[in-house]
Design a protein around this ligand. Structure first.
Ligand SMILES: Nc1nc2c(ncn2[C@@H]2O[C@H](COP(=O)(O)OP(=O)(O)OP(=O)(O)O)[C@@H](O)[C@H]2O)c(=O)[nH]1
Ligand SMILES: [Mg+2]
Length: 211
């Protein structure tokens, strides 16, 4: 299996909607979750770049679909968060529309990392997102973020609680803990992304030697 160098990841563009995205080929893996869950921070940690994706204490920082290229046909996507109330209705409507359009129409979207603050997991919108991703047959990894905020006993308890809840939702999904601050789970996520980028590529239907 080809192992990618995530430190080589480059910003491609920020798009207000799917019409502004580059051609829909290869494999895209999106980072999704509630506002402030730590999506942009996780991307920066994985790529070893402090400010590749913009982060903020204020929820609602990421308002566009942000594309990053790890290698040819291997892209990571930082999505706007959902569930943040304190944004003007008009802005929220626009960005939720582009988010759901992206999720529903982007063929190269093959995998999704769903991030939830370990202290507040499985809110209604998270459950909807997980169900939707499973129904859409995407590969899914759930990360419980900011694990540095809990002591190890509480952390283990939260982890098994979330694993049990997902089982009862009939979603057979891998759940792991992650911390950008303490660099917990980084190798595991890179391995998972490597695996997805390798196995989820759609083979070229046109045989280049056939002419
Ligand atoms: N303690 C701790 N704080 C974190 C961690 N990851 C992110 N944060 C903090 O959480 C806040 C939100 O992080 P972001 O990465 O911007 O969150 P986001 O999910 O991209 O948020 P939106 O773009 O608004 O959807 C920032 O203040 C980060 O510094 C972590 O692992 N540990
Ligand atoms: Mg963000």
């Amino acid at each position: 299996m080809q192992s990618l160098n995530y430190h080589m990841t480059k910003f491609v563009l920020s798009a207000p909607d799917i019409r502004h995205l580059p051609p829909d080929t290869g494999v895209e893996i999106a980072f999704a979750g509630r506002s402030n869950a730590g999506k942009s921070s996780a991307l920066n940690t994985l790529t070893g770049q402090k400010s590749l994706a913009r982060t903020s204490k204020t929820p609602g920082r990421t308002q566009l679909i942000n594309l990053f290229e790890v290698a040819d046909n291997c892209r990571l996507v930082d999505l706007p968060g959902y569930g943040y109330a304190e944004v003007p209705e008009e802005v929220k409507r626009k960005w939720q529309k582009s988010l759901s359009e992206y999720l529903q129409k982007r063929d190269s979207l093959k995998g999704i990392v769903i991030l939830m603050d370990i202290r507040h997991p499985l809110k209604e919108l998270d459950q909807n997102m997980i169900k939707w991703a499973v129904d859409a047959e995407l590969s899914v990894l759930v990360l419980l973020t900011k694990s540095d905020k809990l002591a190890s006993g509480a952390l283990k308890q939260q982890l098994s609680k979330v694993r049990d809840s997902l089982k009862s939702m009939n979603a057979d999904i891998q759940v792991e803990v992650f911390s950008s601050t303490k660099k917990v789970g980084v190798e595991l996520v890179k391995n998972k992304l490597n695996h997805w980028f390798n196995v989820l590529q759609v083979p070229d239907l046109i045989d280049e030697d056939s002419e």
